[in-house]
Design a protein around this ligand. Structure first.
Ligand code: COA
Length: 330
């Protein structure tokens, strides 16, 4: 087998400027800053204005990632998102063209909060197969727009943002090379995080849809239980595949679902708190955007061994590892 790995060569992020604090939410619904912080670790989140769609956040993150990678083009654009601009067409072709990448393959990945890791795996697979040399993988979300205004069990959790990476073909022993991937899904839990209306089962129609069916619904307690179990098992699988012990990991950069999930995963893996990165306090759960947003903030140094792990609706999950390269975040 040829040694053709996907190497991280650029990273860029973009969040909308508007900050919505827990106190702001407490003015709209029966909740409190204290409850939200204690249960989730979230203090505030960013919320896109009404004129901003997922592609708009994605384009700016993509531009910054391309600049971070040296400004050259790519052969594929993958957009991981739970909140595409439209049901049809997918969001990636528009994003690619707005980034002056018209003509390259462009497609969306829908794996909810695991979407970014799924997107990385798809990009790495295209590179390993020799199909492409450079891939832009973007995670972008306008989640808050899908929160029912009166649903305190979801509105306090999710936020908006985008992050992007450029992958290039390289060797597996280079800094920045992504290691093995572990991905999985369990459709038996598909009702646990869901938006019912707008798809083929319950189309938006002239007759309208049941109240709130176009908003996100979540069984938080069940999701919590599955998330911890799956992220722990998936993390152990990739560590075993790459031949690292838990002690070899310098940083766990997990999907920022909430601080309690990340701490439970860290505890079960035996990874000390100082090695678990958290920025969920500032952004909330930005679904497919959370891992690149966390990578940008984690203060990683070249050579740091990083474990990525995600869990999301579907149910879906995924993990991978990389050794941090010498890049400047855009
Ligand atoms: N503010 C105040 N009270 C709230 C509240 C809020 N925002 N949301 C729920 N409550 C109340 C409930 O009504 C309930 O009240 P009751 O005991 O009088 O019935 C009580 O708090 C406990 O609710 P529960 O849903 O059991 O809370 P929890 O401890 O499970 O915490 C979550 C709720 C959502 C924070 C938690 O389940 C969680 O983190 N789940 C994972 C969610 C997630 O990360 N999803 C994305 C994964 S990718």
């Amino acid at each position: 087998m040829t040694d053709r790995a996907a190497v991280l060569t650029g990273l860029g992020v973009n969040v909308p400027p508007h900050v919505l604090t827990n106190d702001d939410l407490a003015e709209r619904m029966d909740t409190s800053d204290e409850w939200i912080r204690a249960r989730t670790g979230i203090r505030e989140r960013r919320v896109a204005d009404d004129d901003t769609a997922t592609a708009d956040l994605a384009v700016e993150a993509g531009l910054r990632a391309l600049k971070s990678a040296g400004g050259t083009g790519v052969d594929a654009v993958i957009v991981a998102t739970t909140t595409p601009d439209r049901i049809c067409p997918s969001t990636a072709p528009e994003v690619a063209s707005r980034l002056d990448q018209t003509g390259v393959m462009a497609f969306d990945i829908g794996a909810v909060c695991s979407g970014f890791v799924y997107g990385l795996a798809a990009g790495a697979g295209l590179i390993a197969a020799g199909t492409v040399d450079r891939v832009l993988v973007i995670g972008a979300e306008v989640m808050f727009r899908f929160m029912a205004p009166a649903d305190r069990s979801t509105a306090v959790i999710f936020g908006d943002g985008a992050g992007a990476v450029v992958l290039r073909a390289g060797r597996s022993d280079e800094l920045g090379a992504f290691g093995p991937f572990d991905l999985g899904a369990d459709g038996g839990g598909s009702d646990l995080i869901r938006v019912d209306a707008g798809g083929s089962r319950l189309p938006a129609s002239r007759d309208g849809i049941p109240a709130d069916a176009h908003f996100l619904h979540m069984d938080g307690r069940e999701v919590y239980r599955h998330a911890v179990a799956r992220m722990v098992a998936s993390s152990r699988t990739v560590l075993e595949r790459v031949g690292w012990t838990v002690d070899d990991v310098d940083r766990l950069v997990a999907h920022q679902a909430n601080s309690r999930i990340i701490d439970a995963v860290g505890d079960r893996l035996g990874l000390p708190a100082a090695k678990r990165f958290l920025n969920v306090d500032r952004y909330g759960n930005t679904s497919a955007a959370s891992i690149p947003l966390a990578l940008a903030d984690a203060g990683l140094s070249p050579g740091d061994r990083v474990l990525l792990s995600a869990f999301g609706g579907g149910l879906t999950w995924g993990s991978t590892v990389l050794t941090w390269p010498d890049i400047t975040v855009g």
